[in-house]
Design a protein around this ligand. Structure first.
Ligand code: ZN
Length: 92
């Protein structure tokens, strides 16, 4: 199983009723192994990703920082999780 490394592009699943998968870059890996927790720099698709719950005052930001995000390969719709882009089952 692949392990997360700094600089790798993954998918971040945001909060919201219909969570979208955003492209995100790993900026820190906490621990070791394939299920390590990561910090991500998440890129939104402008207003197309408006349904992601953002912190107050940052609703229109195109890039945001998501910390201590857990991996979820089984349930790729789990809010506030990540998985490798090339293993995405949804593509949403
Ligand atoms: Zn995905």
């Amino acid at each position: 199983m692949s392990e997360p490394t700094k600089g790798r592009i993954v998918h971040f699943v945001g909060h919201g009723a219909d969570p979208v998968h955003c492209a995100a870059m790993v900026v820190r890996v906490w621990g070791t192994g394939p299920d390590a927790c990561v910090n991500l720099c998440v890129f939104r698709d402008g207003t197309n990703d408006r349904n992601i719950v953002m912190p107050p005052g940052h609703e229109n930001d195109m890039v945001f920082w998501a910390t201590s995000v857990v991996r979820s390969d089984e349930d790729q719709a789990k809010p506030y999780s990540w998985h490798f882009a090339n293993e995405c089952k949804s593509g949403v």
